[in-house]
Design a protein around this ligand. Sequence first.
Ligand code: ATP
Length: 437
Amino acid sequence: TTEETVNCKEKIKQLPKDIYYLLKTAGEVGDYLDKKVFVVGGFVRDLLLGKENLDIDLVIEGDGLLFANELHSRLGGNLIEHKEFGTACIELENGNTLDVVTSRREYYEYPAALPVVERSSIWNDLFRRDFTINCMAIQVNKDSFGRLIDYFGGLEDMRHKKIRVLYNLSFIEDPTRILRALRFASRLGFRIEDETNNFIEEAIKDGMIGKVSVDRIREEILLLLDDRYLDKNILSLLNHYNIFQALHPQLIVTDIKINKVKDIQKSIEVFSTFYKEKVNKKLIVIMELLDDLPIDEIFQVINKFVPHKSSILNIQATLEEKEHTYKILDTEDLDRYTLYNTLHKHSMEGLIFYYNNCTNGYIRHYITYYMVNLRNIKASISGKDLVDLNIKPGPTYKIIFDAILKAKVLGEIYDRRDEINYAYRLYEEIKGGRDGV
Ligand code: ATP
């Protein structure tokens, strides 16, 4: 390992003023405490790539908490200490976050007659990280401000656009790195270096994906389904490494499916002027991915994709009802009320999925018609209006509201006055019916 001494001072000076100031201040605090301070990891990678990164990870050779407290007293913001880990986080008002960790010196005993080697503590910190491009540090103390520390050839790999692990057991030690490798390759347009590729394939063959906890898999999967990666063909990459099959043997992502996922954005935009709520695109992506699985199998994998009960139910209900819904909509002359009843119970994500998932003209036409004309139909009168009509509260209210809705959907009544008249007439009929018995 060699220590590259590329000076990043100029690059740091071109950063937004507040970030430059922040790094300078961190260096001053280090000088004040007589400790070395480094900015490390993703921030350094993105600085060298010319990309913005608001998350600053600082490594201090010494007492991290003491350092964080001193830095916080100079910068302000919100200080969160994790005393048991010796780490801290400062959330600044401008949206930047600063994470502070302590690095430790360690001793490595080499076999045979070689002497015990002491590694500098920044070396130890960097050696624990995942890929060479993420294993660089920049010192920020005044005298060495901007000095790049690159023990593992990160800069060289960055120049050749390569994702490379530091050692062969890396993916066995932490299989989430497999997904991280694909994520960085996709996002940066880098290639997974040949040896690293072999390590990944071996780890997958050894079933390492199955050893990752559900929570961590989900965290990574949800990141991967973000637009930043989706736009760059992450699904093909996941497919290439059989990641989906590692999650569930029957989960096969065909090219047809990948194309459907690509269409989702367009389908969202088709209707975007007709609804106000925020649509969770990731849910629609997951619906497409899980679509071909048998219903009871979906239940087995769904928690590897989404955490919340409500999202799980949303996806399940949509997929469970798909065939039934398509069957009803696949007809030439469907009446408005059947259409309303069929689609009304579905979430916006479910409706967009139904539209996106099929190419059948009738079905698409009916979903569009529902979105544009029926979805927002509501009764404009309330319970209070029924009270004003001297209708006694009780089960009759629901009967009346359902009937009003139906009449509105069928276009038989239009405005508030129609509704009041209609409610009154209906009430009289119900009452008459009852009195007649
Ligand atoms: P992003 O821009 O996606 O946040 P990042 O590199 O900052 O990228 P983080 O997940 O925040 O990503 O990780 C910060 C740093 O911590 C990484 O650059 C890497 O050095 C290290 N790291 C994160 N996860 C792992 C892991 N599983 N194994 C080893 N090192 C890791």
